[in-house]
Design a protein around this ligand. Structure first.
Ligand SMILES: Nc1ncnc2c1ncn2[C@@H]1O[C@H](COP(=O)(O)OP(=O)(O)O)[C@@H](O)[C@H]1O
Ligand SMILES: Cc1ncc(C[n+]2csc(CCOP(=O)(O)OP(=O)(O)O)c2C)c(N)n1
Ligand SMILES: [Mg+2]
Ligand SMILES: [Mg+2]
Ligand SMILES: [Mg+2]
Length: 328
């Protein structure tokens, strides 16, 4: 199948968003804004970096790459609307696998009423999928990393470290699959972006959000730096699943900080608004945990501190980093 018949095969039969004027089949797509602010983000998944044929089937790659992008929209408080897909295809991937990859995206697109409105297709040496997402947010309601203020409550949704534990089993696990393994692998392969949670907080006047892609050690430092404040995290309060505790009692704490790919939301909110955050989470059946607080900077540069009993230590940005220097 050549490039043009491939594009024909993935072109959606209908569009869901009324603001779309032109979708696939011209030089570019056209959207007519409805008065809300437009939010956009892009993330890439590359074979050998974000997945391998051992860790994911094509369906999971499709799901994971769109979920990672939707997660960035969620972290801005935005409602997803459109996505575009740029594919580099190696000769080792066949037509059926590519269709499965699109099927993984389709399921999520359906859930969030998103339209596929364009993309690009080239051949290359390994599979790379780049997804661009476009969403909307009511004017002035985008949720920035720079919004944290001293005395805010620091919170996180869901549980941490599960995706890393799922990856561990996929790479080094024993063949036996029990309920815990199935749960952890699912968390790695088909993460759920926390869109509804962020949307349900739209009435709050001030809220900080950042999604957990690299690990909270990185994301907490991003909030501290952007807001020029310190964050204090109570190590004993970090939320973890029974599955990760049972399978990796020695390693799960490290993975909660730097495992990454959980796609939960880390955020801060005023003490006064914290009960509204708890209520919003309860309404959609998503756990949210108060894990610490925001404080005035102790030193010149903003820092994240981990509190264990009465002992405090600095938490550096130890999550996943691309382009590491040699020897690191
Ligand atoms: N190659 C690039 N060119 C331009 N902007 C980039 C590039 N890589 C990352 N960015 C921008 O840098 C910021 C941080 O990126 P990243 O850490 O990947 O965010 P996230 O972890 O939320 O996906 C974002 O605003 C992103 O758009
Ligand atoms: C085979 C394989 N090895 C290692 C990992 C771990 N890993 C790869 S990328 C990544 C971090 C998240 O990806 P990134 O591109 O940094 O996302 P962003 O922060 O831009 O959203 C992690 C933990 C993996 N998922 N699969
Ligand atoms: Mg990114
Ligand atoms: Mg992000
Ligand atoms: Mg991201």
């Amino acid at each position: 199948m050549d490039e043009f018949s491939f594009i024909k095969s993935i072109k959606p039969g209908f569009y869901r968003q009324s603001s779309l004027i032109k979708g696939i089949n011209d030089d570019a797509a056209v959207i007519r804004p409805t008065g809300e602010d437009i939010v956009t983000a892009v993330d890439t998944m590359v074979e050998g970096v974000h997945f391998s044929k051992e860790t994911m089937q094509p369906y999971h790659v499709g799901h994971r790459v769109l979920a990672a992008n939707i997660s960035d929209l969620a972290a801005m408080g935005s409602t997803p609307a459109f996505f575009m897909v740029s594919l580099t295809i190696p000769s080792s991937w066949n037509q059926e696998e590519l269709e499965e990859l699109y099927e993984g995206m389709k399921q999520l697109a359906h859930l969030y009423k998103m339209d596929l409105i364009g993309g690009d297709t080239v051949s290359g040496s390994e599979l790379s999928v780049t997804v661009t997402v476009i969403g909307t947010v009511p004017k002035g309601k985008a949720r920035y990393r720079s919004a944290a203020k001293p005395d805010d409550v620091l919170f996180v949704t869901g549980t941490l470290g599960d995706a890393r534990a799922g990856l561990e089993w996929l790479l080094n696990g024993e063949p036996k699959v029990d309920e815990d393994v199935a749960y952890l692998v699912k968390r790695h392969r088909t993460p759920s972006p926390r869109v509804e949670f962020a949307q349900s907080l739209v009435s709050l006047s001030r809220l900080t959000l950042n999604d957990v892609s690299d690990g909270i050690a990185n994301e907490a430092n991003e909030i501290a730096e952007a807001s020029d404040v310190d964050l204090l995290i109570d190590a004993g309060k970090l939320p973890f699943s029974k599955a990760v505790f049972r399978k990796h009692p020695e390693r799960f704490e490290e993975w909660m900080f730097s495992g990454g790919e959980d796609f939960e939301l880390l955020g801060t909110v005023s003490e006064e608004d914290w009960p509204l955050v708890e209520k919003a989470a309860r309404n959609i059946g998503l756990p949210v945990t108060r894990i610490g607080e925001v404080a005035i900077k102790r030193e010149v540069s903003p820092k994240v501190w981990i509190r264990r009993d009465e002992h405090m230590e600095v938490l550096g940005p130890s999550g996943y980093t691309h382009l590491k220097e040699k020897g690191e």
